[in-house]
Write a protein of this length. Structure first.
Lengths: 405, 272
């Protein structure tokens, strides 16, 4: 089995076998939601942060008893897994006000009194700014105290600094993988990167670093795309279905950039290791490439569309939201307006997590790609990093013909 | 295959029916529509056999075959596949180069497709909520009325007072139909209410794209004159009538793409 296949297999499961082994060796595992959660604090406490996920579960029967069907499938599935004892390996769980659906998850978890006993609500600001940084920094100190009290341990500043250093290293490696995707020859698929992200967010950071180093070494010289594949940007929330990205790739695309919960945000911005660790964490987690939950950062995200179009030579944008996700709903509207203004091809999808309907989704995506091939090609001035004339023929129009027309 | 020019095949394996078209010298020489079989491959084989046998041909006589529809990926003898959105656009355009918008109402979805001056997709919208307003829901509701699907259109045209069906969901629509039946409403008015309900959904979908004239309707539901009547009224447009059976537009478009693909490869081979 190929190295990346092994990672995919691990990513597609809950990863409980590995995590149970850690538990047996005395390691505590703390689940968390959202990319605004500072894993460093958990690591500094000598525990393993585990990003909560809906993988490996096929329905929401029990979850639907607690949640209305107007809640997104991510929280309903996660809660269903909890009710079915899929998260019994956890020693603690930290919720985040990423959105109101995950906020409600905290209420239901407490109400149902499901394991683990340590359940904590961590509140991240919805705005970026100096006041928010200070507030967020206090929230981190509160979290540290709560963890110390619950598990009877001490998190020293030195331990936290060491953790920050390791997580910075992990970020640099992820960023290196993202840079590789900017190349003309894309050495790693979007679906493969998603597998890696799912895997490294359920293992100790030391192992994650070693895995990322191996991946970078193994993909050297690799080419994953076919002639004529479109270079695609993916935007969306907690997209964790590897098969969904594989479907997009299978109809003629190479996903080379993203704004996903498990995506670029994990690579963007390092923590300043020279300053107060809590303030440094607050600054990094508030200012990294943002999610639509951040209410005063729309312009930066829209500007990113233009930057990424040039840097990654994007041919088409796909944005998607889970049903009932208002945050991504608003974001998609703005992105569509911005894309139309600049004549960027954009496809908006609304779907359920692990919701099936692959036939319809495939048709829509394939037709969108056919439409893009019919009408546009990446002008040479936008191909900054992708080399010369790499896409001479697109949909029957050669660059020479287009330039002379 | 004496006396034949190059022949190109288009297959449209949908959710309810499978369609095939043969093209020779830019002319459609055969077409067939069958009810789908248990597998996409069986449907493709059977519908292909129907057209090639009609013309006394064999599979080897087909220069290139393109598949479309929901079963398009499962046809090993197809040389390429295209989305049904491209194929319906191209198929309608091929029969009338003036057409710019195609409303395709198929078995399980409907699409509004705007094409450019080459018949290629310029913009499109496709229903993503449920199957209400498609062939499958009409088929189910015709069963509730205990009339053949093909008579829904003629019944509609006889009505002067369509009932108002307010639900968007097919299941709730069925309850409304039953309620109308039990309260003694005329069959014609109920059929007209159903046709109008489908038209309402399609008209609402079409508001999301910038439609261009002339407009035509393809897909199985385009044969329902009742739906067409209400759709024209709701959209305040008059539809162009295609010179071919509108249900085979997707397969025809696929055959055109097969021809284009073959010609492109020939040109590339010649250049080498």
């Amino acid at each position: 089995m190929d190295f990346l296949d092994t990672i995919k297999e691990k990513a597609s499961s809950d990863g409980n076998a590995d995590l149970n082994a850690f538990s047996q060796r005395g390691k505590k595992i703390i689940g968390y939601f959202c990319s605004y959660f500072p894993e460093e604090i958990i690591h500094a406490a000598g525990m393993i942060p585990y990003r909560m996920r809906a993988t490996g579960k096929s329905d929401t029967t029990k979850g639907d008893i607690f949640f209305s069907s107007l809640n997104c499938t991510f929280v309903r599935r996660c809660f269903d897994k909890a009710l079915n004892q899929h998260f019994d390996f956890l020693d603690g769980i930290i919720f985040l006000n990423g959105c109101d659906h995950t906020r409600r998850l905290y209420d239901n978890w407490r109400h149902a009194d499901i394991k683990p006993d340590f359940r904590y609500m961590f509140v991240a600001p919805h705005k970026i700014g100096r006041l928010a940084e200070e507030r967020f920094s206090e929230e981190m100190v509160n979290l540290k105290t709560a963890v110390e009290n619950a598990f009877d341990l001490v998190i020293t500043d030195d331990a936290l600094r060491r953790s920050i250093h390791l997580y910075n290293k992990k970020r640099q490696l992820i960023a290196a993988l993202y840079r590789e995707r900017l190349k003309e020859s894309v050495p790693i698929k979007g679906s493969e990167l998603l597998s890696i992200m799912l895997t490294i967010t359920m293992m100790p950071v030391e192992d994650a670093i070693s895995l990322l180093e191996t991946v970078i070494e193994k993909i050297d010289g690799r080419k994953t795309h076919k002639e004529g594949d479109l270079r695609v940007f993916m935007g969306g929330g907690c997209v964790e279905e590897i098969a969904h990205l594989e479907l997009i790739e299978s109809v003629g695309a190479s996903i080379v950039a993203d704004n996903l919960c498990l995506g670029y945000r994990h690579a963007d911005m390092l923590c300043d290791e020279s300053m107060d660790p809590f303030l440094s964490l607050a600054r990094r987690y508030l200012n990294h490439f943002s999610c639509p939950r951040m209410m005063n950062d729309f312009r930066r995200r829209l500007d990113f569309l233009h930057t990424v179009k040039k840097e990654a030579a994007i041919d088409a944008f796909i944005f998607e939201k889970l049903k009932f996700c208002d945050l991504w709903g608003g974001e998609m509207y703005l992105c569509r307006q911005e894309s139309r203004k600049h004549n960027y091809p954009i496809l908006l999808l609304e779907r359920e997590l692990y919701g099936g309907s692959t036939g319809q989704i495939r048709t829509r995506i394939q037709a969108f790609f056919e439409q893009v091939r019919n009408q546009s090609y990446t002008p040479s001035e936008l191909v900054v990093s992708a080399g010369n004339n790499y896409k001479a023929v697109m949909g029957g129009i050669t660059r020479e013909e287009k330039d002379h027309s | 295959m004496d006396g034949h020019e190059l022949i190109f095949a288009g297959l449209d394996i949908g959710s309810l029916t499978a369609k095939a078209v043969l093209l020779e010298n830019d002319i459609m020489i055969a077409s067939a529509i069958i009810r789908v079989r248990p597998s996409a491959l069986d449907s493709a084989k059977d519908v292909m056999n129907a057209v090639i046998m009609e013309k006394g041909l064999s599979e080897q006589d087909i220069a290139c075959c393109c598949a479309t529809g929901y079963g398009r990926l499962d046809i090993p003898f197809a040389d390429l596949n295209m989305s049904e959105i491209s194929c319906h656009g191209m198929g309608a355009f091929f029969t009338d180069n003036g057409i710019r918008t195609i409303i395709d109402i198929g078995g399980q979805d409907c699409k509004v497709i705007v094409v450019n001056e080459k018949g290629l997709i310029k913009d499109f919208i496709m229903n993503d909520k449920c199957a209400a307003g498609t062939g499958r829901s009409l088929e189910m509701l015709a069963k509730t009325l205990d009339v053949p699907l093909s008579s829904l259109g003629p019944l509609t045209l006889k009505s002067w007072r369509p009932i108002d069906i307010t639900n968007k969901c097919s299941i709730f629509m069925e309850l409304e139909v039953l309620d109308a039946l039990y309260s003694g409403k005329k069959l014609t008015h109920i059929a007209a209410g159903l046709s109008d309900a489908v038209a309402k959904r399609v008209a609402s979908l079409s508001a999301s794209v910038q439609m261009e004239n002339p407009v035509c309707v393809t897909g199985g539901v385009s044969k329902n004159k009742g739906v067409l009547k209400f759709l024209e009224k709701r959209m305040q447009r008059t539809f162009v009538v295609l010179p071919v059976d509108p249900q085979i537009a997707g397969a025809l478009g696929a055959a055109v793409f097969a021809m284009r693909s073959f010609e492109k490869k020939e040109k590339e081979a010649f250049r080498k």
